[in-house]
Design a protein around this ligand. Structure first.
Ligand code: NAI
Length: 335
């Protein structure tokens, strides 16, 4: 069946890593029609808005998008395009599998966990105002509906992927109402999944546990802000932001697949960025589209190329973005 997928190359290193990934996908015979759109600052110039309506229409129509990183100005300027996209498409679940890859240097071995982050509310509701000069109020929104929906997603994911434990992470000892509601909602959903062990950890203790015994954790369920912070911590357990994928998933099978790293302005345009995080996100996308054989071919080829030491600078190698992609394409085509 002819497939169309929305492509958002993004900015900074985005266009370089997306071009590499599109080429690697093509080596497996996966050649959908790509509908490409600018977003962020570039879209303001071309479309007068950071998030053009035709981009949103394209994702709604195609149900699938592959997305590069987009700059978010700090402290001023336009609001995050990433957050806007999640809100506009109700991409309520952020999924980040975190595992050790062979030949990727890291302080730990045996890490194999999944982060499920609520993606639509909490302090990301973007409700802030100046009460009086010098005093700012930022509102943390937690609802039972969103908390139960994400808990259900976590348990369903655990069941489908033969995982045995879901740990909800919170600060309900201090935020008894907001985080208390998130915890209670998770407990309520857990009761419907007696085959999966359920426990909870306070976020600070969870962070300590993660840096001491990450191999003991399985599925972590977190509200938006803790999820954002803890997921980068977890990326650090297995080699950093350059090697960790992410999926933003909504209802009706809509998925936006993206790398967790940013636009890396310090190395943009130099053909040295590591395309692996976006490639692993594309592997999640293939699995989501039930293209498991192609996903497996990419993973096998990736292990081979990593083992050969032909890796980019961030992993201690000399490969450029394009030569790393060339090596992967060669292995896939020979395999
Ligand atoms: P960053 O992830 O862009 O860079 C942090 C460090 O990691 C830099 O030294 C960079 O060179 C390196 N790095 C990142 N990705 C790499 C890759 N694929 N290969 C090799 N090295 C890589 O984070 P930073 O500097 O905090 O953010 C830059 C911009 O990116 C900001 O405007 C931020 O808002 C945006 N951003 C966008 C995201 C998205 O669109 N999903 C996520 C995170 C940040």
């Amino acid at each position: 069946m002819a497939r169309t997928i929305t492509l958002i190359p993004g900015d900074g290193i985005g266009p370089e890593v997306t071009a590499a990934v599109v080429r690697i996908l093509a080596a497996t015979g996966f050649t959908p029609t790509w509908e490409s759109f600018p977003a962020g600052a570039e879209a303001v110039t071309t479309h007068g808005t950071t998030l053009p309506q035709e981009l949103l229409d394209s994702v709604i129509r195609n149900k699938t998008a592959l997305k590069g990183p987009i700059t978010t100005p700090i402290g001023k300027g336009f609001t995050s395009v990433n957050v806007g996209l999640r809100k506009a498409l109700d991409l309520y679940a952020n999924l980040r599998p975190v595992w050790n890859l062979p030949s990727v240097p890291s302080r730990y071995t045996g890490v194999d966990l999944v982060i499920v982050r609520e993606n639509t509310e909490d302090l990301y509701a973007d409700l802030e105002h100046v009460v009086v000069p010098g005093v700012v109020e930022s509102l943390k929104i937690i609802t039972a509906a969103a908390s139960e929906r994400i808990a259900e997603f976590a348990f369903e994911h655990a069941r489908r992927h033969s995982r045995t434990r879901v740990t909800v992470v919170h600060k309900a000892n201090i935020m008894k109402l907001g985080d208390g509601l998130f915890l209670e909602s998770a407990r309520k959903v857990a009761a419907r999944y007696p085959d999966i062990t359920f426990d909870d950890r306070i976020v600070d203790a969870a962070c300590m546990h993660l840096v001491m015994h990450p191999e003991k954790l399985d599925v972590l369920l977190l509200p938006n802000l803790y999820g954002d912070i803890v997921s980068d911590l977890c990326a650090g357990l297995v080699g950093g932001l350059g090697v960790v994928p992410a999926a933003n998933l909504g209802t009706g099978g809509v998925g936006v697949f993206e790398a967790v790293h940013g636009t890396a302005p310090d190395i943009a345009g130099q053909n040295v960025a590591n395309p692996m995080a976006l490639l692993l996100s594309a592997v999640l996308m293939l699995q989501h589209l039930k293209e498991d054989a192609r996903a497996a071919r990419i993973m096998t080829a990736l292990r081979d190329v990593l083992a050969s030491g032909h890796v980019t600078r961030d992993l201690g190698g000399m490969a450029s973005t394009s030569s790393f992609a060339d090596a992967l394409c060669r292995v896939i085509e020979q395999g």
